[in-house]
Design a binder for this molecule. Structure first.
Ligand SMILES: Nc1ncnc2c1ncn2[C@@H]1O[C@H](COP(=O)(O)OP(=O)(O)O)[C@@H](O)[C@H]1O
Ligand SMILES: [Mg+2]
Length: 498
């Protein structure tokens, strides 16, 4: 038998204390599209970065065409014919479209001088294959993210690499753009290239792949040829595991949602549409209810959150708060209407250099003038909160930036307890926290809800939604795909709907 095109055996990799990969074996055949799936943090990107020469420090053996290799850099991998499009967009926004298409490998003439004409012509042609008719001399940063993602894809797809790795390449693409990309991938496959394709969209994976490999918790749990017997449910079962131990870890157990259909409607959204990010979003948020909005990265939920906070202006649609139509033209209009927002990156909302008590009283200062609030009173309000929320260490004088992420999040939420908004928007409220801090945040959110505030939690993590929400909307590629209310939900049902 001829050697495999690419073969990895016993690959292990750790980052400090985190074991990202445990003894993983993986084989890529010539001319195949190999789909890779697994939950966030399962180890997919880490394995791909080893193949692409980004991580040089790992245990195990890698072979290309049967010969052992150990890449020290992505340049090494490229020289061996391996190209990768990373999960994080890595274009150069200041450079032109054509320069980005050829980044690092501009065509040169006999004198070694960059051949700009040739570059522009080839870039135009390659981008046409992906359905893009744009000026190769325009600055790339001026185009929407979807276009930038396609330009980055074209760089690797047409680089001549014979092994092409695509790490979640469709997060910013619209359905027709994805269709066109798939056409290109199939043509590359027919010309003998091998592709590894990572995506959360299991239907896409099943449609395009010859084989799939499933990762869970740093281990490879299955590799199989795609056939009629392999469906979404089969994959999800393996992704989240059915072992007793994982069962607890992953809330595979069911959670019964109890809606509050008679609670007063605080926010009403009708037909909201914003660019290619989301469309026709219609829903209501009720006082005393936590509404979860779940979806994969890039499904449009972050843009929706930003719209409700007045950061993005929708192209179409209407919003009403407490029954009255509102136009949230900017964030101060949103705040006046009673909307509060705790962003995903807490750093942007809090003042790390200021003491804890100042951060707690910021909401107060929005309403009272700074001169009316005496420092002693400020401290006293904050001290109450620090105690009630079990913020550690329990001192209002400490610099906020010195607290752990979980405790900073408690501070970010604390101020809304004393001065409740009508609508509270939370983006990824428990990301990266330890179990204890997560539980505290859940308690605070419930306390806020029980004061009658309407709360919307936006998250890409099923656990977050399952632990907080009374009702759930699932977003998928810019639209609301499913509502769960008054029924049992579980992680696998959420994933299946997304
Ligand atoms: N550069 C890094 N430094 C520290 N930890 C990392 C790094 N890259 C990945 N990890 C950790 O390794 C694990 C696997 O991550 P990753 O390979 O990105 O997963 P996936 O792509 O499947 O979502 C996670 O726990 C992640 O936090
Ligand atoms: Mg990844």
């Amino acid at each position: 038998m001829p050697p495999a095109l690419l073969e990895l055996s016993g690959i292990s990799k750790s980052f400090g204390g985190v074991q990202a990969l445990r003894a993983v074996d993986f084989v890529l055949k010539p001319g195949e599209i190999h789909g890779l799936v697994g939950e966030n943090g399962a180890g997919k990107s880490t394995l791909m970065k080893i193949i692409a020469g980004v991580h040089a420090d790992y245990d195990g053996v890698m072979r290309v065409d049967g010969r052992e290799v150990h890449f020290r850099s992505s340049r090494d991998a490229l020289a061996a014919g391996i190209g990768m499009v990373h999960q994080e967009l890595s274009v150069a926004p200041e450079l032109t479209v054509a320069e980005n298409v050829f980044l690092g490998m501009q065509p040169v003439n006999r004198l070694g001088i960059v051949d700009w004409r040739k570059m522009a012509r080839q870039a135009t042609e390659q981008l046409k294959n992906l359905g893009l008719n744009i000026d190769p001399a325009a600055r790339l940063g001026d185009f929407p993210i979807g276009v930038q993602q396609l330009v980055e894809l074209s760089r690797v797809l047409f680089s001549g690499a014979r092994i092409i790795i695509l790490d979640e390449p469709t997060s910013a693409l619209s359905p027709p753009e994805i269709e066109r990309l798939f056409g290109v991938l199939l043509r590359l496959k027919q010309s003998g290239r091998s592709l590894i394709f990572i995506s959360h969209f299991l239907e896409d994976i099943l449609k395009i792949s010859d084989e799939i490999t499933i990762f869970r918790n740093g281990r490879k749990v299955a590799t199989t040829a795609v056939s009629a017997a392999i469906d979404k449910a089969w994959i999800i079962e393996r992704m989240i595991g059915a072992g007793r131990e994982e069962l607890e870890e992953s809330y595979l157990g069911e959670i019964k949602l109890v809606g509050k259909p008679t609670a007063p409607v605080v926010l009403e959204a009708k037909g909201l549409t914003y660019g290619s990010a989301y469309r026709d979003i219609t829903f209501a948020a009720r006082g005393g209810e936590v509404l979860g909005v779940y979806g994969f990265m890039g499904c449009g939920q972050l843009e929706l959150a930003r719209t409700l906070f007045g950061k993005l202006k929708p192209d179409r649609g209407a919003l009403a708060i407490g029954g009255a139509p509102v136009r949230l033209a900017n964030t101060s209009a949103a705040r006046k209407a009673g909307v509060a927002y705790v962003a995903e990156s807490r750093r942007s909302m809090l003042f790390g250099e200021e003491p804890v008590y100042k951060n707690v009283s910021i909401a107060v200062l929005d309403r009272l003038s700074r001169f009316l609030l005496k420092p002693d009173r400020e401290r006293a309000i904050a001290a109450e909160q620090v105690k009630a929320l079990d913020i550690r260490p329990p001192s209002v004088e400490l610099r906020l930036g010195g607290l752990s992420g979980g405790n900073q999040q408690k501070v970010a939420l604390a101020k809304w307890l004393t001065h409740p908004p009508r609508l509270l928007l939370l983006a990824e409220p428990t990301r990266g926290m330890d179990v204890g801090a997560k539980e505290d945040v859940v308690k605070i959110v419930r306390a806020l809800r029980d004061q009658g505030i309407a709360i919307i939690v936006f998250s890409t993590e099923p656990e977050t939604v399952l632990s907080l929400a009374d009702r759930v909307l699932v977003m998928r590629k810019g639209a609301i795909a499913r509502e769960f209310a008054d029924e049992a939900i579980s992680k696998d049902r959420l994933l299946a709907a997304a």
